[in-house]
Design a protein around this ligand. Sequence first.
Ligand code: SAJ
Length: 427
Amino acid sequence: MRFRTVCVLGLGYIGLPTASSFATHGLRVHGVDTDPQVLRELREGGIRNREAGLQELARVALASGNFEVGERPVEAEAFVIAVPTPVRRDRRADLQHVEAAAEAIVPHLRPGNLVMLESTCPPGTTLGTLGPILEKSGLKAGAEFLLAYTPERALPGKLLQELVENARVIGGIDRRSAEAGSELYRTFVRGEILLTDATTAEMVKLMENTSRDVNIALANEFSRLAEQIGVDVWEAVRLANQHPRINILRPGPGAGGHCIVVDPWFLVEAAPELTPLIQQARAVNDGQPAHAAKLIETALGKLQGRRVAALGLAYKPAVNDLRESPAIEVVRLLVTGGARVRTFEPYAPERGAEGAETVGSLEEAVAGADAVVLLVDHPEFIELDPQLLARAMPGRVAVDLRGRWNMPAWSAAGFSLKVLGLGTANA
Ligand code: SAJ
C-alpha cells in the first residue's frame, strides 16, 4: 500500500467515520477538528449523539493506537478535507471552512502528497479554489502533488454500511490523482470505485441530491393535487409505481436535513438562468410545511388556543438529526397561529421547538391534547395503537402528514383522521 499516513480535516458526520475506517484498516491517522469539544469527547473515548455504531467504530479506531486527534494538521502522505459547506443567506455556498482547511494544509504539503476533498461544493471548487490555495506551498497541482474530489454519498441512518458498500466516485484533476485517490479509499471501500475528473465528480454529487429534491417536490405537488381533485395520493402513487419505469417518492411535510435542501442551491449558483426547475422544486418543498399546517388548522377548525401533540421533530425517521427539519417549521407555524403545542422527539427527547413545550414521553405529549399530529414516521409512531391514544387524550382529531396511519383503525377508536394527500371528494 502506497499510503501509510493520512490526515483528515473535519471530524464530523463524514470525517470521523472516514478517519476511523482508515485507522481500523491499518493506516496511521491524524484527525483535525477546530471544535475543542469534539476533540475533548474523542480523547475521552467517544462522541455523543451521533449515528448508530459510529461511537463504537471511533472507539475501536482510537484504541488501535492508529488514530490520534488534534487542532492542527501534521505532515502526512494523504490529506482528506471533510468540513461543512453550508449555504449562505444569499443561497451561495459558504466555502470558508474548505478554504481554512486548505490554508492549514499548505505548510505541511510535500511533493507526492495526495489531497482529497469530500465536502459538497459548487462545480469547479477543487480546480478553481482548492488547487490555487494549496499551490501557495510552492508546489504545482498535478505535477508535484495530487488533487482529487470524492463525494460522500452515505445515507444518514445507514452511514457506516453505505460508507463501505456504496460505489464511490473519485474525480482527479488528472488521471494520476484519481488513481491515487482510488488506492487510498480502496483501504476500506468495498463498493465499486469509479474514476472521473474533479468537476464531474462535484457535479455528480449535486445532481444526486437535486434529483432527490425535485422528485420529493413532485410527490408533494401530487399530494396537493390529490387533495384538490379528491384522490388518495398514497393509493395513486402505489399504483403508478407498479409501472416498470416509475418510482414516485413519498409526499410529506417537506424536505429537510443538511444535504437535500442545500445542495440544489450550488447548482443554481452555477447558473441561475438555467435552473428554473431546480429553483421551483426548492420553492415547492419549502412551501410544504405551510400546506401541512393549513391541513392541521382545517382538521381542528382553528388553531387559536388548540392543544396539539406533535409527534417527531427529526428531519426524517429513525435519526436524531433536527437540522432543517420540516417538522420544526410546521410546529413554528402552529405556534404562530396560536396553537399550544407539545413536542415529543423520541430520538432526541431533550430537543424541542421554539414556542412549543418539550416533553419526554408520548403520554405527556398527548395528555390534554385536542389533536395528535404525526410529523415524523418513526417506527414507534407508525405502530401507535389509536385505542390507547383514545384513552390517553381528550381530543379526537388526528392528522397524519406521512401517510402511515390506518384509517379504519383510527375511525374505530373514534378519531377523525386527516391524512396529507388524501382527497375526499370521491370518497
Ligand atoms: N423525503 C420525503 N419523501 C421521500 C424521501 C425523503 O419527503 O420519499 C424527505 C425526508 O423526510 C427528509 C428529506 O427528504 O426530510 C431528505 O431525506 P433523504 O433520506 O432523502 O436524504 P438525506 O438528506 O438523509 O441523505 C441524502 C442522500 N442522498 C440521496 O439519496 C441522493 C444520501 O445518499 C447523501 O449522502 C446525503 O443526502 C448527503 O449527505 O448528501
